[in-house]
Write a protein that binds this ligand. Structure first.
Ligand SMILES: NC(=O)c1ccc[n+]([C@@H]2O[C@H](COP(=O)([O-])OP(=O)(O)OC[C@H]3O[C@@H](n4cnc5c(N)ncnc54)[C@H](OP(=O)(O)O)[C@@H]3O)[C@@H](O)[C@H]2O)c1
Length: 252
């Protein structure tokens, strides 16, 4: 089951910058009819609105705020495509011993439970509008944990679990659920990560291809492809590969 991007009506969370913004650009280039660009601050969407005009509908949405999710779902009831992109990586690069538990909880709240809450709010609209597609921007660290990102990794593992549950729960209503598992991407979030990074636009391009093809798992860059391949064939190998990456060694 696949979906055409052309003519779709999408909602993208965290649309004001990074991967979210690149997804909005790609959707509009692909012929989306309307994009609800959701962000914590409406004014952060000004550049996007100036660039694309009235195809963009700005929506104020902090994915941890129940009232804002309910209001967004009331107004954006014609969606056929929902992208859970909003996320934070508070403990990126911290030593394992220094991981702050409060920060770890905050990442779970935004990355995992924010995704679940938005999914619950918009699933009935997707159903009513013919099934549609739900895209969750997870991460390779959801498949194997980095000790210097342990709170973030745990939140993305939870998001992976929520993605699997959403796929099963929404299958009967005809909603396709796509999990996206990028490696490092060149955005504000990964600024301090000293690794090769994919561009946000290349990740967005792979996501659009997956929406059109109906692919359920997307590994949009070389690191993602390496770890995603191991996850399918040799799950324990993911740990070994991450150990090698963490040590800065070449990965076989
Ligand atoms: N960059 C990477 O290496 C990488 C790799 C794998 C997966 N990802 C995932 O890709 C997604 C996008 O990340 P990015 O790299 O584009 O990061 P980014 O440039 O830091 O952008 C994060 C976006 O999420 C929004 N956001 C944060 N907390 C939010 C909340 N409570 N409610 C609503 N929106 C919120 C931010 O809004 P504000 O502008 O208001 O802060 C911003 O729009 C995230 O889920 C991230 O975990 C990123």
């Amino acid at each position: 089951m696949s979906q055409a991007v052309e003519g779709s009506i999408a909602l993208v969370t965290g649309a004001n910058r990074g991967i979210g913004r690149a997804i909005v650009d790609a959707l509009i280039e692909g012929g989306a009819k309307k994009v609800y660009a959701a962000a914590r601050s409406i004014s952060s969407l000004d550049a996007l609105t100036r660039q694309h005009g009235s195809v963009i509908v700005p929506v104020e949405l902090d994915v941890t705020k129940t009232g804002q999710i309910a209001a967004a779902a009331l107004s954006a009831d014609d969606v056929t495509l929902v992208v859970n992109n909003a996320g934070i990586a508070v403990d990126a690069g911290a030593d394992f011993a220094d991981i702050n538990l409060e920060a770890a909880r905050e990442q779970l709240e935004v990355n995992a439970f924010g995704t679940l809450a938005v999914t619950q709010a918009f699933a009935p609209h997707l159903k009513r509008n013919g099934g549609g597609t739900l895209v969750n921007i997870v991460s390779v660290v959801g498949l194997g944990s980095f000790p210097t990102f342990v709170g973030y990794s745990a939140s993305k593992a939870a998001m992976h679990s929520i993605t699997q549950a959403s796929r099963l729960a929404l299958a009967a209503q005809g909603t396709r659920v796509i999990g996206v598992y990028p490696g490092p991407v060149d955005t504000d979030m990964a600024r301090e990560i000293p690794m090769e990074k994919a561009s946000a636009s290349s990740v967005a391009e792979q996501i659009l291809i997956a929406i059109e093809a109906g692919t359920e798992e997307v590994y949009p860059d070389p690191i993602a492809q390496q770890l995603g391949g191991l996850y399918s064939s040799d799950p324990k190998g993911v740990e070994r590969a991450i150990a090698a990456m963490s040590a800065g060694a070449a990965v076989a």
